[in-house]
Design a protein around this ligand. Sequence first.
Ligand SMILES: Nc1nc2c(ncn2[C@@H]2O[C@H](COP(=O)(O)OP(=O)(O)O)[C@@H](O)[C@H]2O)c(=O)[nH]1
Ligand SMILES: [Mg+2]
Length: 424
Amino acid sequence: MNNSQSMEKVYAFSQELMQNIASGWQGFILWLKQQFVVFAGVLERWGVPPEKSLALAYTLAYICLALLLVLCIWRLVQLRRRQTEDVARRAPRPGADLPTQEPDQSELQVEPPATREQPVSVYERMRTGLAKTHKSLFAKLDAVLGSGAKIDAATIEEIEEILVSADFGVRTTQKLVAALQERLTRGEMQQPEQVRTALREEILGALSSTAHAADLSAHKPYVMMVVGVNGVGKTTTIGKLAHQYKQQGQKVVLGAADTFRAAAAEQLAAWGERADVGVVRHSEGADPAAVAFDAAKAALAREADLLIVDTAGRLHTKVNLMEEMKKIRRVLAREISGAPHETLLVLDATTGQNALVQARLFQEAVAIDGIILTKLDGTARGGMAVAIASELHLPVRYIGIGEGVEDLRPFEPELFVDALFEKR
Ligand SMILES: Nc1nc2c(ncn2[C@@H]2O[C@H](COP(=O)(O)OP(=O)(O)O)[C@@H](O)[C@H]2O)c(=O)[nH]1
Ligand SMILES: [Mg+2]
């Protein structure tokens, strides 16, 4: 087939296409007209004179179309205004050095929240952070232990339900309830106030194995490895820790060994910048162990006091996870004697009992030294902290009670229980 023949073919095809489109359009116009006729018929049935029905049908259609147009324009204006407001809200306030940001649980939060915060006492922070759990626990206990309430087996059953609903976990609840029952039998719990005190004491007892933050002076650099599934708050927690240790005068280096997503390293880098500490990172998809290696080298070269290694928490296959964790640990140990000196598992309190399942899985993969329980501020299920301490036999090292840098506190059982049981 020569060139002119193929040109003719293309021309014929485009002609045919145009004709099809034209006839399609005509068909559509015809169909539309028919609809108007049908509509006019309906109007006639409603009593509109036949000579006016078609005109009225057209008029009504035009009015509807115009209304639709106005509605669209109004919606667009609204969206535009909301965008402008959002930008204004995110812009730095006069007098503030750093931008603040709305938290978004579903996305990686690359920009950490502002580090400048109003000085608030540790207890006050804990109190605010645990407000949801306190409100739920206290209100329910109040309903059961109101003044003059009779204390018997039924009371204990009701307390059992309350504890389960606050995510103390079935096993921990059973232990607590058994202890209360014993006290009841011994006649130690006759007044509602005595029940409250007993419960407070038993919970504190369940938490007694939990203690102390890291002793950085034991190793130089002290190496912390932070593990946990995606989204639990590892990077945010590392950012908070870096900031807090830096404030205490420690030299900190961070290792971005979560190379799974580029945003993860960026997020850590943003925290590093904010806390003014060094961050060792590679590009997306790099070998996490290579990052750990470079981070260890950098920590040694810079004579850092603390190296914190962030990791990815992909749980799609346990084998992968185990291998990745083991490799990172091996590399760290090779570079720094005894490293990692602490492997901390981050758990999200809002995931309830699922966090315990995650913990068991990670425990199989790596030796976990302690737990960091985040997002306690976002849940009424603060009993998780007690369930973890008593069921996993792992110390809860820190708790996250908000997104601010100061909202990561060493876990102090007394303070925790006080914040839960205090009359507000
Ligand atoms: N409310 C609250 N949010 C938190 C806390 N810790 C972390 N987050 C948020 O949880 C989300 C996921 O955190 P990220 O550090 O990216 O998790 P990672 O995937 O484990 O590294 C972010 O939006 C954090 O701001 C906390 O203690 N309280
Ligand atoms: Mg992360």
